[in-house]
Design a protein around this ligand. Sequence first.
Ligand code: TYD
Ligand code: MG
Length: 454
Amino acid sequence: MAKSSSFSCSACGASFSKWSGRCEGCGEWNTITEDKGLSSGGPAKKSLGMRRGRTIPLTDLATEETPPPRSHSGVGELDRVLGGGLVAASAILVGGDPGIGKSTLLLQAAARFAEAGVKTVYVSGEEASAQVRMRAQRLGLAQAPVKLAAETNLRDILTTLEAERPQLAIIDSIQTMWADHVDSAPGSVSQVRAAAHELTTFAKSNGISIIMVGHVTKEGQIAGPRVVEHMVDTVLYFEGERGHQFRILRAVKNRFGPADEIGVFEMTGAGLSEVINPSALFLSERGQPSPGSVVFAGIEGTRPVLVELQALVAPSPHSQPRRAVVGWDSSRLAMILAVLEARCGIPFAGLDVYLNVAGGMKISEPAADLAVAAALLSAREDTPLPADTAIFGEISLSGALRPAPQTENRLKEAQKLGFTSAIAPGGGKSVSVKGLSQRKVSDLTGFVGEFFGA
Ligand code: TYD
Ligand code: MG
């Protein structure tokens, strides 16, 4: 009897024994494809080691416990996002839109790691070696001791890596790789999964760190099965807006460091350069205080970052007014509008609302609530907030303000950047920072009364 095949969903990675039009796991349509990967018909896989299935007492391990060895590229923004350097034998996935600068970033990283004494191989499946060399020349990296390979066959790549024994291998990109025991096209779900699986297993058993580049779909997820994100130790997203020169490398998963850490870069004619002080950069385009513009004192990962929020509120010609948000969560905006209406009696019905986080930043912190509310009110009332004021605080559904974590870091960063006052939630531990006056507010109604005279 023929061996039964298996099927899996390209969106969530769930496996099924038969095909269907809709995935029962995630409810997506037309995402189930047949798997001809890994388990069916491939060559026998090598055993991972001699001690298969044996257990070790936890206490024995504890005596050997040392922090994992890390190498540093010297690119501070990259090392920090990795959690303080590259962990030996780790697997990292770097996702991002086409053309955002992934190859540029990783070629520069490869050069810097190699210069720092980490033996590095850069495998390109998208460009010929000559093209990679040309790019390196343009980036001023032609002399870096990096080895290049232009290859897409996984078996050949693993053979090369076995011979070269590098400490770091960069695979650009996972969607161009193909394993010859999987008979579907490169970039397909089963190929991406097989390639990622083989590469991560290889990384672990040979003590090589592997960085894989992954393209992102229109929906903003790494193209291929979701399981790839679970296989690797670290998932980084390289984000930015095309019109802007800023690029943000964001850790969304990290087994070896904090998630949500960001590294900020600027795309220049000579490649990416680090932005050591992102607050100064994000605020650099800010002009005179204007209605709708406020500065939010935020925390990204382990570091305070000041960003400008801009709001525009205008009478709507539509029966259903527009709510448009760039860089923040649209359901959170709806919540703030509802709280303003229900608790403070300030309606936004019949008004279009636009909210933008300047500089292409994306904010996910609830501590931005008060800054958003301030931007909306300031735009609606056509009244600028006092100049040189930074603001933060989380708003609850009752309209009360909650203290935000890391208050001191936020205030210090604001003071460092020349702000003279801050609006912060009352309650919690009080912190004072020299040269910065604080206005404490305990609820949204009080805030509206104080700053917008309602
Ligand atoms: P690339 O790294 O090829 O993007 P990805 O690998 O994510 O697809 O970057 C391509 C863009 O970066 C391209 O639009 C040109 C721009 N760029 C610069 O602005 N300066 C540079 O020095 C380089 C190498 C690229
Ligand atoms: Mg590329």
